[in-house]
Design a protein around this ligand. Sequence first.
Ligand SMILES: [Zn+2]
Length: 288
Amino acid sequence: MSEQRRTALKQLQKLDLRIEAARERVRAFDPKFEEVELPALELESEAEKTRARLQEMKLEERRLTLSVEEKRARQERLDERLGSVRNLREEAAVSAELEMVKRALQADEQELLAIADHIRRAEERLAELTEAAEEARAQVEPALAGLRAEREEARDDLEALQAEREAFVATMDESEIRLYDGIRRGGRTVAVAEMTEDGACGHCFGIIPLQAQNEIRHGTALIRCEACGVILTAPEPEDAAAEPAEGGGQAVGGAGEEPAHAEGGEEPAEEPEADAGGEAEPDAASTG
Ligand SMILES: [Zn+2]
């Protein structure tokens, strides 16, 4: 049973590595989208800036148009007054004001012409940019659609793996899952490692104390590496199978979990073979 649990932990770790790789594949699409879309994005951004500038210039044009209208009306009123002045002094004053209004009107009119010209050019530029942006957008769209489909596939893969993990974890021992997840939450990808044949941690290669080595081999308890903290599992099952004595020892190990046994070096007294031999004798005698 403990042997099975250790296999499950190793399988879970393999699954988690696949999940991490699948997640990375999904993430890798972000820069690809940017790269493919860039030509269209740049043109769209420039068109947007031109549109904003055009908007400002049109407001300025409106302001100047109103100013010109107002000055023309003033000029008209002054022209009328000039026809009905009563003396030379009044005529001089009205003429001076008229001259001033005319000069200001001229300046406004010139500015209005200039801004109308700027507006015309900006409108042409905007039309060009809009067309180019639409063209670029149409050009990148198929590649974007392809990327979207690929990313969708990668997301499906990831979801399938996550569902697989969920189902798998449901069959596992809860305390082991908690320990395993706790180790991984620290940002580590390796939470389980095999002990090497010569008794070192398969992750950091730190030497494992003999007592812990035995517990790992027998699967009696969940042992973590004192140096790096990973959960340690027994070496490849072939090794365990190669030593038949190990199999018998494991059965006894279940009963020997009491601390009394761990402390006492009374192993010879507990040898089951002595008892078995004693029982076998009378049987043999009765038959013979
Ligand atoms: Zn270690």
